[in-house]
Design a binder for this molecule. Structure first.
Ligand SMILES: [Zn+2]
Length: 135
């Protein structure tokens, strides 16, 4: 799907949501649920940033510490049906959850005795996002 088509889709979804919200809540709630399902499905492939611009979910990101695949969580965090990702997940996370083989993660509270390992992760607000990702 090209960029222009994604923009049209974004505008259509926005217009649809605006129209639905003008309806009586007895029908609008059900329609909004369907609309959110459509948005969830789209979130697997691309998402719309705050400027309404379509951004593809990246599947080519590699952890600079261990070369493992890095998950791009940006779309899921915008998924209206997924409050867990929205509040708890970093924008990008290394798929390697083994402390022995990825040096980028941390123990909870920097305490190995916590037994809780957080894999390497990056937030969009951070300046530590690897430049080679071209984010
Ligand atoms: Zn890693």
């Amino acid at each position: 799907m090209d960029k222009g088509s994604k923009q049209e889709l974004s505008q259509a979804l926005f217009d649809m949501e605006t129209e639905i919200k003008l309806l009586d809540s007895s029908v609008s709630n059900n329609l909004l649920n369907y609309l959110n399902k459509v948005k969830s499905t789209i979130a697997n492939v691309f998402f719309f940033n705050d400027d309404g611009e379509a951004v593809d979910v990246r599947t080519d990101l590699k952890c600079p510490h261990c070369e493992s695949k890095v998950y791009d969580n940006r779309a899921k965090k915008r998924d209206p049906n997924d409050s867990y990702y929205k509040t708890k997940k970093p924008d990008f996370g290394c798929s390697n959850f083994e402390p022995e083989s990825c040096s980028g993660g941390t123990w909870k509270n920097n305490d190995i005795d916590s037994g809780v390992w957080f894999s390497a992760s990056w937030w969009l607000s951070s300046t530590k996002i690897p430049v080679e990702w071209n984010i």
